[in-house]
Design a protein around this ligand. Structure first.
Ligand SMILES: Nc1ncnc2c1ncn2[C@@H]1O[C@H](COP(=O)(O)OP(=O)(O)OP(=O)(O)O)[C@@H](O)[C@H]1O
Length: 214
């Protein structure tokens, strides 16, 4: 298994967000995570990435127990094995588009301009590498965030509504890319989405709600 989470629970004060969440993703699998606004999808993604600490449960990524690592170990595992598409993009405003996309490779000391160009082409931003983020539209920024999450060929991609700001054509392009990379690399992808079209492309759909994850 690429991702294995068992017995995950998270609460804010006395209010539980979710409990008893078990989740496994196999190599080559793309799974959609559905649920109403406020159901806890982003919180679950953050716990799976080690960006937020669950109150109970374990998370294993590529066989490594994330929950047993200290902050430094979690940061290293994220850098090497994880691609994360944030709902708010988190594109760095002072770096141009190409440098934003290349950042994961730079942090791994594997800079690769050809791979960055390939990813920009793959999300339809081939001509915009030299632009600054403030000169992009919301949908273009979202595609920068997707290219950056995939550039280092991570074992696990966690994507929070990665097609939320995209028109149907670009949404399809992004889903094609996520699926192709997942299949070709034998990685895994968990995709939070409100889009029925996106969910229909997934291998499985999981619903987060009052009854937990099912
Ligand atoms: N830091 C926090 N302190 C208290 N409550 C929080 C905090 N962060 C999130 N919550 C609450 O936890 C619940 C889950 O939030 P989360 O963002 O995970 O939902 P979501 O399913 O991703 O929603 P959406 O589809 O709207 O993005 C919400 O009720 C939210 O108000």
């Amino acid at each position: 298994m690429i991702l294995e989470a068992t017995g995950l629970a998270k609460r804010y004060g006395a209010t539980p967000v979710f409990e008893n969440v078990d989740l496994s993703l196999a190599a080559g699998e793309l799974v959609a995570l559905l649920g109403e606004s406020g159901a806890g999808k982003s919180t679950l993604l953050n716990c799976l990435a080690g960006l937020d600490e669950p109150d109970a449960g374990r998370v294993r990524i590529g066989g490594q127990d994330l929950t047993a690592l200290d902050e430094g170990g979690r940061a290293r595992l994220r850098r090497e094995k994880l691609g994360f598409v944030f709902q708010a993009f988190h594109v760095l405003p002072h770096l141009n588009v190409a440098d934003n996309v290349g950042l994961p490779l730079l942090l791994l000391k594997r800079p690769d301009a050809a791979r960055v160009a390939q990813m920009l082409d793959a999300v339809g931003l081939g001509d915009l590498g030299a632009r600054m983020p403030r000169q992009l539209s919301g949908g273009q920024l979202q595609r920068v965030a997707i290219a950056r999450a995939l550039v280092h060929r991570p074992l696990l991609v966690l994507a929070d509504e990665p097609t939320g700001n995209l028109d149907p054509r670009h949404a399809q392009q992004v889903l094609d890319l996520l699926l192709a990379q997942t299949r070709e690399q034998g990685s895994a992808c968990l995709l939070v989405t409100h889009s029925e079209r996106a969910a229909a492309r997934a291998d499985r759909c999981l619903q987060l709600g009052e009854q937990g994850l099912r």
